[in-house]
Design a protein around this ligand. Structure first.
Ligand SMILES: [Zn+2]
Length: 255
């Protein structure tokens, strides 16, 4: 039997996310002749580095990896998370490190001060790995948006990524970017080639987010083969495979 408090909280989260789309925050104009696809990873499992980074590179792209530094090096039952050396390696290979809070808190449950301290903690932890490691973009843990925290996020980051589906086009809320989950079942990941075809026929900014890449993925991950198929399809259809920060640079240069 589901926990009724959890059920109500999940509902409140969904309502908040919908309201955020009705009352958007700071905008970026997504205008592009080239279809842009960003592959992002949250948390980040070590297989996103050992498999995902190389697949992106083989197709001329780079990814954005949203790190919760409090989880670095953590060993879980179904996945291990990358450590400080993994973050440094991603940066050295040209990928982007984003912020995913330090403790993976749900922003709706945190006070402003808690979030301020948590984000500062994450920034300090990442800067200790490398002074060049200064995240410019953010992803909401649990894809859970928050009105209360929006100003602090806008002050610190160029963008914040949520998890509501949709291709970003035209005037776009940069504080709640839309994205699609690369998760189980694997057939849904294969089916997302259709989204790539859509962004090719009407150029915009398509963002994916995933977690682990494993032959036996968690419910929140997918297989390396499905991921590679999607990246290959995007490349073959002429999409630019950009990090979130590179995509924002592109839109700001063209508007
Ligand atoms: Zn997460």
């Amino acid at each position: 039997m589901p926990d009724p408090i959890q059920v109500i909280d999940n509902l409140a989260g969904r309502v908040t996310n919908r309201l955020l789309t009705r009352f958007p925050g700071p905008m970026v104009e997504v205008r592009t002749d080239t279809p842009i696809v960003s592959f992002t990873f949250d948390d980040v499992p070590d297989t996103a580095l050992s498999k995902g980074a190389g697949i992106l590179e083989a197709h001329g792209g780079r990814g954005t990896f949203y790190i919760a530094a409090g989880m670095l090096g953590r060993e879980e039952e179904a996945r291990n998370l990358i450590d400080a050396a993994g973050c440094a390696e991603l940066v050295a290979r040209g990928h982007e490190i984003g912020c995913h809070t330090h403790s993976h808190i749900n922003l709706r449950h945190a006070s402003r001060r808690q979030l301020y301290n948590d984000l500062s903690h994450n920034a300090d932890a990442l800067a200790a790995i490398s002074p060049n490691l200064q995240p410019r973009n953010f992803a909401f843990p649990y894809n859970s948006g928050s009105f209360r925290q929006r100003a602090e996020l806008a002050r610190r980051y160029r963008s914040s990524r949520g998890g509501l589906p949709g291709i970003n086009r035209g005037m776009t809320d940069r504080s709640f970017l839309r994205s699609y989950a690369l998760q189980q079942p694997d057939e849904s990941v294969v089916g997302m080639r259709g989204l790539i075809d859509e962004v090719v026929s009407n150029p915009g900014w398509l963002i994916f987010f995933g977690h682990d890449l494993s032959p036996n993925p968690t419910p929140y991950g997918c297989t390396p083969e499905s991921f590679e198929g999607l990246v290959r399809h995007a490349r073959e259809r002429g999409c630019a495979l950009l990090t979130v920060n590179q995509a924002l640079d592109h839109f700001e240069a063209t508007t």
